[in-house]
Design a protein around this ligand. Structure first.
Ligand SMILES: *Cc1c(COP(=O)(O)O)cnc(C)c1O
Length: 335
């Protein structure tokens, strides 16, 4: 039985072709900068985001943390969405390891942070306050592709307030595919960008932190401090190269499948489906009471959904169009 796992795009498994690329990868000691495959991946990451350099790191969490450590020092502050990954889902790393204080704000419905609201939370230069240093945005945010015109406004705003601007672009390529802007055109407005290889791009491990040469030099030191200096990491980097060269162009299929899933589920009276216009590969669906029983029944058909009444369903490269049809039918029958 085929497993249709809708919990996240992190559940994607490396394909046989990707595994072949990994097995055949040329490797060396990356701490000596001698792993040709890691070097190639980092050059590719810099090229795709239009940045001068990039660094291969273990995870998106590590990538965001290193970015925060590069932009902010002890007693500094970053302004961030209160449901953003870099605030809510990274175990307080910036505070624990960087003595960096977050200033979380409520995001708007389209996933942006209202800049007039951000303005109110920039601290005056006064020893009572932490020093506001950085604005951190997320794109996509809950699957929402942020409107392109916002980035130039945010960048101008940050420049005039002397804030750095970081993008948690875990799913930057989903945003690019949806808005039809190149990833480079989005990244251009940011001082640094983090991208995940292990989400919808299908690599088993890894993220890239992209920025200026000076920043990435600094980032290398922080990566070492965090225990993230890996040796023959080319085996993993080969999967990353494969994901960036083969799996970006197909992301739009995930978005089409998400749209189809939304359509299927909207036809079921018992469900409340949230599917705003700028949604990419995610869908929030509220199920009726008794969701545990529903989850168990769906599992018998190989359909895995997250627990709880309001569920986030995510499409990705291991889910095909006919799977979506099956999911629609089985959920309908189950209810
Ligand atoms: C997944 C994700 C990350 C990084 O997660 P890791 O599991 O640490 O790789 C960062 N930001 C966002 C928005 C994410 O969805």
């Amino acid at each position: 039985m085929k497993i249709i796992d809708l919990r996240s795009d992190t559940v994607t498994l490396p394909s046989p072709e990707m595994r072949k690329a990994m097995a055949g990868a040329r490797v060396g000691d990356d701490v000596y900068k001698e792993d040709p495959t890691v070097n190639e991946l980092e050059a590719l990451g810099a090229d795709l985001t239009g940045k001068k350099a990039s660094l291969f790191v273990a995870s998106g969490t590590q990538s965001n943390l290193i970015a925060l450590l590069c932009h902010c020092g002890r007693g500094d502050e970053y302004i961030v969405g209160m449901h953003a990954h870099a605030y809510k889902y990274e175990a307080g790393g910036a505070a624990v390891l960087g003595s960096i204080q977050p200033q979380p704000l409520v995001a708007q419905e389209d996933g942006t942070l209202d800049l007039t609201e951000v303005e109110k939370f920039i601290k005056p230069d006064d020893f009572h306050f932490a020093r506001s240093r950085l604005l951190c945005l997320e794109n996509t945010h809950n699957g929402l592709a942020l409107p392109h015109e916002y980035f130039a406004r945010a960048a101008d705003f940050c420049k005039s307030r002397k804030l750095a601007l970081h993008l948690d672009g875990a799913r930057l390529f989903n945003a690019a595919a949806y808005t039809k802007y190149d990833a480079k055109e989005i990244a251009a407005h940011f001082d640094s960008v983090s991208i995940c290889l292990s989400k919808g791009l299908g690599a088993p491990v890894g993220s890239l932190l992209c920025g200026t040469k000076e920043m990435i030099e600094k980032a290398k030191r922080w990566r070492k401090i965090l225990g993230g200096g890996m040796r023959q990491a080319g085996i993993l980097a080969a999967a990353g190269i494969y994901s960036l060269t083969h799996n970006i162009s197909r992301l739009k299929e995930d978005h089409e499948n998400c749209r189809l899933l939304a359509k299927e589920l909207m036809s079921i009276d018992e469900l409340k489906v949230e599917y705003p216009l700028n949604q990419t590969n995610m869908l929030f669906v509220t199920f009726p009471e008794g969701s545990e029983e529903i989850d168990r029944e769906l599992q018998q058909y190989g359909i895995i959904v997250p627990p709880g009444k309001r569920k986030r369903l995510v499409t990705h490269l291991d889910i095909q169009r006919e799977d979506i049809k099956l999911v629609g039918k089985k959920i309908k029958n189950t209810l």
